[in-house]
Write a new protein. Structure first.
Length: 577
């Protein structure tokens, strides 16, 4: 009889195969008191385990490095760095000395302390980094017990792996062993392992509690990495259905792959710019995996968040130069810092975003203009990076033209400083604004006349137009890119750009969602900046669309107010060539 169970689908794709249940031996980490004479040798035993763990990770890195992208190898580097961090080393040794105890327990205590530190972090991304701490603790504990990490990897090939949890290193190794997919009992969609599975294209489900009791070795499974559904011992009808879905997916993937490197030109010969969004220079590798194109949005906040402070000019410059070089002549749009609301570092917290309404508080450019001393190094570094390839500056969260005037004046000052010091930069570096506050959309003409380009940030534009907090689950049902007010604002911005004869892009999530590609083309959008994995899907729709045919249909949609009707009509655009 078929059994249906479900977890959180974190990496799309269907797999049909036999289950391989990973049963890991329970490691003994109970506290043992040692006589003073044994403390020195216990510390030595711990250090040996550390260096064994280190060489095991290096061995994995060496094994996968040849044919794996740098950003994926860098997940293992993160673990190597953590292994060397004094927080593990010194903290555990102090515990051994202070409690006269065994290394296993001392490490366990230290691990729990570090997990608590990560648990208390505001940022949901950083909070999930506690998984890395747990993985490192487990690796060292395994080494202390004198055991090797799972050795039966050659049995994995083609199987669906069922585990309590997987480390990023396990995940990369599994891709190497060509597993069909994996299901874990723990973990969330933001964990490194989930991100990696998506990057590597391995179907994955996490958070399926008790999976190792519900599923047995060699049972046949169907897993759907999008919905999170697992069918245990499927009947013939389910097998037939899911096999046909796999065939369709493969055909689609092959078709999309052929679009790599092809220009995004519509059937009526309209040239559309299609760029990718990144958070850090390493993400450029991901873009290249799909297409050789530029970057329409580089969110620089991650640099601040990773350092938990404002970077100095040197760090900014080094990072941006790396991105420019990686793009090899393709354009890079660097957005100045957008901290505040859901993205915080200690400094912005100190400046009071614990206000009742942080999304409307001292966020992004507002914070930069409060303290221009902090902002200047970023402007200088972006300018300096522009000497190495085409760079554009993008300003987030502008609400009024006065703010824009202030930014432009600061930029002139920065240029002057570099000129005085004889440092090269692009004197005509294009400057653009994110249009993501309704006030800026309504007053678009005033912005457009002073700028070289505009970029529509639909994530915030929708949040502020519909008065809903974009990170509050309780009001997420209100998030509607097709709300007539949102459509009108988007249209105003596109028209404003046309009037001023400057390009308008869209870099919010709406641009990556293929359900809206034709609507946006019909509205006159000619520049999409999307998530790397949406590049080819969006391109596929673009090259199979005729903008002229879409225009009158979209004009009619723009007159509607009934949400269901708008939805239906947008869905029907699929039939318009
Ligand atoms: C947006 O608001 O649509 C956008 C692209 O910026 P972010 O998601 O970084 O706020
Ligand atoms: Mg935004």
């Amino acid at each position: 009889m078929s059994i249906y169970i479900s977890g959180i689908g974190v990496s799309k794709g269907i797999a049909i195969s036999e289950a391989f249940v990973l049963v890991r031996e329970q490691l003994d980490t109970t506290q043992k008191t040692l006589p003073p004479s044994e403390i020195k040798s216990e510390i030595k035993r711990f250090k040996n385990a550390l260096s064994l763990a280190n060489s095991q990770l290096h061995a994995i890195k060496k094994k996968i490095a040849k044919d794996t992208a740098d950003d994926i190898v860098s997940f293992i580097d993160t673990h190597l760095l953590m292994l060397m961090d004094p927080a593990f080393d010194e903290g555990t040794i102090t515990n051994i000395k202070e409690h006269s105890c065994n290394a296993e327990w001392a490490l366990q205590m230290q691990g729990e302390r570090l997990v608590q530190v990560f648990d208390e972090m505001e940022d949901p991304y950083l909070r999930t980094r506690k998984d890395d701490v747990l993985h490192i603790v487990k690796l060292i504990q395994t080494c202390l017990a004198g055991k090797k990490q799972e050795d039966d990897q050659h049995y994995y090939k083609g199987k669906i792996i069922i585990a309590d949890d997987l480390t990023p290193a396990d995940t990369v190794m599994m891709q190497h062993q060509k597993v069909a997919g994996f299901i874990t009992e723990y973990g969330g969609p933001l964990s490194h392992t989930a991100i990696l599975a998506r990057n590597l294209g391995i179907p994955a489900i996490v958070g399926l509690r008790h999976a190792r009791q519900l599923i047995h070795r060699n049972e046949t499974l169907i897993m759907d990495g999008s919905s999170g559904v697992v069918i245990n011992s499927p009947d013939k009808k389910s097998l037939k259905y899911y096999r046909s879905v796999i065939r369709e997916e493969n055909a689609k993937r092959n078709l999309l792959r052929k679009l790599t490197g092809k220009p995004a030109v519509t059937l009526d010969n309209k040239h559309i710019t299609l760029h990718g969004n990144i958070d850090r220079p390493a993400d450029i590798q991901l873009i290249k995996k799909y297409d050789d194109t530029g970057v329409g949005l580089y969110r620089t906040e991650m640099l601040f968040i990773e350092l938990n402070k404002w970077p100095d000019q040197k760090t900014h410059f080094k990072t941006y130069k790396r991105a420019v070089k990686a793009l090899n002549g393709k354009p890079l749009t660097i957005r100045t810092m957008d901290l505040g609301a859901d993205k915080e570092i200690q400094d912005t917290i100190d400046h009071g975003p614990m206000a009742h309404n942080p999304a409307m508080g001292l966020r992004a450019i507002r914070r930069c203009l409060q303290d221009t001393q902090d902002f200047m190094p970023q402007l200088l570094a972006i300018l300096r990076a522009s000497a190495f390839g085409p760079v554009r500056i993008l300003i987030p969260m502008l609400t009024n033209v006065k703010e824009l005037d202030q930014v432009l004046a600061l930029l002139d000052q920065a240029k002057q400083i570099l000129q005085n010091d004889n440092i090269a930069f692009d004197e005509n570096i294009p400057v653009g604004a994110m249009i993501e506050v309704p006030a800026a959309a309504l007053a678009v003409d005033a912005f457009a006349e002073k700028l070289d380009f505009l970029s529509i940030g639909t994530n915030d534009l929708i949040q502020y137009t519909l008065a809903l907090d974009r990170i509050d689950d309780e009001v997420s049902y209100l998030f509607d890119p097709l709300h007539p007010a949102v459509l009108k604002l988007i249209h105003m911005v596109i028209e404003g750009g046309k009037k001023a004869n400057i390009p308008v892009s869209m870099c919010g999530e709406m641009a990556s969602d293929t359900r809206y590609t034709r609507l946006l083309l019909g509205m006159g959008l000619t520049y999409f900046s999307v998530q790397a994995n949406a590049l080819l899907e969006v391109k596929h729709i673009i090259i199979n669309s005729t903008v002229e045919n879409l225009q009158s249909e979209v004009q009619e949609i723009m007159q509607l107010y009934d949400a269901d009707e708008i939805n239906l009509r947008v869905q029907q655009l699929v039939n318009f060539l």
